[in-house]
Write a protein that binds this ligand. Structure first.
Ligand code: NAP
Length: 274
């Protein structure tokens, strides 16, 4: 078990350096960790090398070279990977970011490993992920897990039964936010602004709004500071209310969480039966 130290001291294997796996590789390398990344296609391996990782198709060799193992294959690819590496993870710290597969299922499949589940988002590639992690919080392994995930952004310890909600509110959030930003930018274009200028206005304003909210201003207080009687903003807000935007957003999150739970239980049952 590695002692708790700066992240630079750790060697990490990322099994499955796909979209999210390579985002993590990028942030780990930037943090100074020694990373061995795996994939099956030449393209995957080349990308990992470009990001500064050692790249190999050999998952067992990657595990042997590392103290911490991130599993970032798709749920459907997990049974095959676990079959391949079974017996090679004893004593390792394993962090699965595979949506849906429960820690108890992984523990059963992995034997004597320290097993954690984490849910990052693609903003990890620029060190701005909001990552939830669950697993035993006491002991050295927890410190190690937290310290390497901090390379990718903020880290929150949450009970495992909240990970499906987190998958949506954090994991899906870049997609939701991008759609909302794009729609607002189109509104600006429709009103005559060049697209780039509209994009700058929306993003600058969002950045400032995030900063205000992070300082503890309640969203509705901030809204009321902008709204003036019979003014411009209320005209826009009225449309949002009439069109059901707030309810639609709540419903979108609800529906996505329902789907995350559904997929999770399909994947987890398949893993248990397999
Ligand atoms: N995408 C997200 O924003 C996000 C966020 C949080 C969690 N997750 C979770 O992260 C996992 C990966 O998602 P993704 O979107 O990154 O999928 P992805 O792009 O398809 O990445 C999966 C990677 O796993 C590799 N792989 C598959 N089987 C392998 C094996 N036996 N040995 C080595 N590498 C193998 C694939 O390599 P080849 O392409 O070379 O075959 C691919 O690069 C999923 O379980 C998902 O639930 C995703």
């Amino acid at each position: 078990m590695p002692r708790i130290a700066g992240p630079k001291d750790f060697k990490v294997a990322v099994l499955g350096a796909g979209r999210i796996g390579s985002s993590l590789v990028r942030s780990f390398v930037k943090c100074g960790l020694q990373v061995t990344a795996t994939g099956r296609r030449e393209e995957t391996l080349k990308r990992a090398e470009t990001l500064g990782a050692l790249a190999t198709r050999d998952n067992k060799a990657a595990i042997a070279a590392s103290e911490i193992v991130i599993i970032s294959v798709k749920p459907s690819q997990l049974p095959q990977l676990l079959k391949e590496v079974r017996g090679h993870l004893n004593g390792k710290i394993v962090v699965s970011i595979v949506a849906g597969v429960r820690r108890s299922t992984l523990e059963k499949a992995l034997g004597a490993a320290h097993v954690y589940r984490a849910m990052p988002n693609v903003n990890a590639s620029i060190g701005l992920s909001s990552t939830a992690v669950s697993g035993p919080q006491d002991g050295e392994a927890a410190g190690v897990v937290e310290s390497i995930l901090l390379c990718a952004g903020k880290v929150y310890w949450v009970p495992e039964d909240l990970l499906d909600a987190w998958t949506v509110v954090s994991g899906s959030m870049p997609a939701f936010a991008a759609l909302i930003v794009d729609s607002l930018v189109l509104g600006g274009v429709s009103a005559g602004l060049p697209r780039e200028l509209a994009m700058s206005a929306v993003l600058d304003s969002l950045r400032g709004t995030v900063e205000m909210l992070e300082r503890g201003v309640h969203p509705m207080v901030l809204r009321d500071e902008v709204v003036t009687p019979a003014g411009v903003t209320i005209a826009g807000l009225k449309v949002m209310e009439y069109m059901g935007v707030p309810a639609a957003l709540i419903k979108a999150v609800d529906e996505a969480v329902r789907r995350a739970r559904e997929l999770g239980s399909i994947v987890d049952s398949a893993m248990r039966e397999g």
